[in-house]
Design a protein around this ligand. Sequence first.
Ligand code: NJP
Length: 250
Amino acid sequence: MARTAVITGASSGIGAATARALAGDGFRVILGARRLERLEEIAADVGGEAIELDVAEPGSVEKFAARVPSCDVLVNNAGGALGLGPLGEADEDQWRQMYEANVLGTMRMTRALLPQLIESGDGHVVAITSIAGFETYRGGAGYIAAKHAQRAMLRTLRLELLGDAVRVTDVAPGMVETEFSLVRFGGDEEAARRVYEGMEPLRAEDVAECIRWAVTLPPHVNVDEIVVRPRDQASATDVHRGASRAPGSS
Ligand code: NJP
């Protein structure tokens, strides 16, 4: 029987690419996000199921989980950043929303589906965190705090599930060209475009492939963490823009 993967935030970017990758690998995929129309299009494409989900709303998570009788893999991908400004001008509403989606959302989904994941006999909790979960950069405090918290939560979960047949994997990407920057800059396409100018970012499919690899390894293999960045990015703030050095040049 096909294994079931639940993917949150599957209406775009990394989540949509993960839905395609896992469905392509024979998983039955159940997709969650707020934009149901887009979700339904992707689900139809991959032969999966679309269920409306707002991970920031406890009631929405409960309703979603009630429609998922069995689950082998949970990919906590829903989340993102809002704004890029100094802490001295922090917008409480944006901070709250980032915490709700990235931190509490991951907790709620994991808590709701943990019985099914344990019952699976080969469960797997994956979360898409970020290099912002262990690095910092100016202007990113709200997102950075949320991603640090999300990573700490996963490491704790790994300890708590020791002895259960459930794996825990943290996938921490660097720059990936998705709708991430468009959302961060409130729909400003020019600001979003500048983020990736002159460098080659990861594509959503690159991160999806990391997830597919981790969840299809034999059950005794737990990939604790994957840090994946573009070749052009050595840290959150060290980004190479322009052509790569030619072989032999210094
Ligand atoms: O971004 P985007 P990514 N409830 O904006 C959903 C992390 N990351 O694929 O609800 C349910 O294309 C939203 O769906 P909708 C990042 O922090 C990225 O890059 O319909 N769903 C959409 O499907 C995030 O955790 C980069 O609006 C909610 C999806 O989330 C993950 O990768 C770097 C939701 C976001 O898709 C995927 O982001 C990095 C909610 N309350 C980490 N709120 C990067 N792209 O550079 C949002 O280090 N969604």
